[in-house]
Design a protein. Structure first.
Length: 71
């Protein structure tokens, strides 16, 4: 996950992210280093806070053509 990259780009600390999402700063650190993953119910709020999509948090790129699965 690219949480740390987006968090730092937004100028946020782990504590700020944790407070806004209602989790501990230890949870945020674990997400950043890959020891744990955010719960699915936290992903939309996390993406909104970090100014990106959920796909971007996972390092996924959306193709310009849209849904490649239909091809």
């Amino acid at each position: 996950m690219r949480i740390k990259e987006y968090r730092e780009a937004m100028g946020l600390t782990r504590i700020q992210v944790a407070d806004r999402l209602g989790v501990t700063k230890v949870a945020v650190r674990k997400w950043e280093v890959g020891l744990a993953m955010p719960n699915a119910d936290k992903l939309p709020a996390l993406a909104d806070l970090l100014g990106c999509s959920i796909d971007a948090l996972y390092g996924r790129e959306i193709s310009e053509c849209g849904n490649d699965a239909a091809s």
